[in-house]
Design a protein around this ligand. Structure first.
Ligand SMILES: Cc1ncc(COP(=O)(O)O)c(C=O)c1O
Length: 331
């Protein structure tokens, strides 16, 4: 199967912000846009994006998972990057229109249609290092996908890194620059210790990995960093915590130090997992820190991670009641 995110539908939908207003959204060929080489985004990284999924149910209907949350997060990212304001209703209808148009291409579970709204600063100016782009382009790309982690839900190896993933005031912006600053540490971790991902823990504070949030599960308790501006407020994180509360688990959103994590993670019954739209909920099997390897739960695969992942997938795939109203039916 093609690598995650490398197959696109032939068309996307876009709107341009120019002279203080948005154009009527239009469906265009996916490879049809052109940018001035001096476009703000190409120099000053005025780019933000979203990632959400549409799922096919057994009756062939197609549903988008938590679209409102993703739209709100793109609005927040745009605001923090001083890009033009996005109208939630306009973006929601762009997303539903393009997904409906390509409903026949939404794969069966465990596949899905990955939806990538993107907002970039297009003003042709190489003198605006410290000023916002006055024009922008908003488009919604679609990519039919299978599983993100090749090998499905195999337990991951994480290297704990003492540095931050990105600037501490930018963590809750889903912006290209943050991924750029995380790239070298991740490449080095892969080469040095065959880590799958890096868990960024600046000053011993357990934050997140390059593309997912981190959760420690210890018996009936689920522990994850409380929301602040330093990391991305994952929508899967919120969904998993909600499902955990629904089943009576104790959810602790608070600071988690590397010392506490390493101490608790190795105990029998402990589990660790990454949550994200792409990762869903993927078990972590090994934590690597200061040259030492720690087997999570003493090396025994956890069952709570698998059952929470299943509970989330059951809602997404239409096999369990959508009691929180997370799905938007598009066709
Ligand atoms: C840096 C980072 N953290 C966390 C997440 C998880 O966010 P979500 O659950 O909304 O996909 C992502 C995206 O998937 C991410 O890129």
């Amino acid at each position: 199967m093609a690598a995650f995110g490398t197959v696109f539908t032939n068309e996307m939908i876009l709107s341009r912000f120019e002279n203080n207003s948005w154009s009527q959204p239009a469906v265009v060929a996916t490879d049809s846009i052109s940018l001035h080489p001096g476009a703000h985004v190409l120099h000053y990284a005025s780019t933000c994006f979203e990632g959400m999924k549409a799922f096919r149910h057994a009756d062939d209907s197609v549903h988008i998972f938590r679209m409102d949350k993703n739209v709100a997060r793109l609005q927040q990212s745009s605001e923090l990057l001083a890009l033009p304001q996005i109208d939630a209703a306009m973006l929601s209808s762009m997303i539903t229109e393009i997904v409906r148009r390509y409903a026949a291409d939404v794969p069966m579970p465990p596949g899905s249609m990955y939806i990538r709204p993107t907002h970039i600063g297009t003003e042709a100016s190489i003198g605006k290092a410290a000023a916002p782009s006055l024009s922008s382009l908003l488009y919604v790309l679609l990519s039919p996908v299978g599983d993100y982690f090749a090998g499905g839900a195999k337990a991951l190896r994480l290297l704990l890194e003492d540095n931050a993933r990105c600037a501490s005031h930018m963590g809750m912006v889903k912006s290209g620059g943050n991924y750029a600053s995380a790239l070298q540490p991740i490449m080095k971790a892969r080469a040095a210790v065959q880590a799958d991902q890096v868990l960024f823990c600046p000053n011993g504070d357990v934050q997140e990995t390059g593309a997912a949030n981190f959760l420690l599960i210890d018996g009936n308790e689920i522990i994850t960093k409380a929301l602040d501006s330093s990391f991305l407020h994952g929508i899967t994180r919120d969904s998993i915590l909600t499902l955990a509360r629904d089943r009576g688990m104790t959810v602790s959103e608070r600071e988690l130090t590397v010392d506490e994590l390493l101490e608790r993670a190795v105990k029998p019954g402990a589990e660790a997992a990454l949550s994200g739209t792409a990762a869903v909920l993927t078990p972590v099997g090994t934590l690597i820190h200061a040259g030492k390897e720690y087997q999570v739960g003493g090396g025994i695969a956890g069952t709570t991670t698998a059952s929470l992942r299943q509970a989330l997938n059951d809602i997404q795939w239409g096999r369990a009641a959508d009691t929180h109203g997370w799905l938007t039916k598009v066709s």
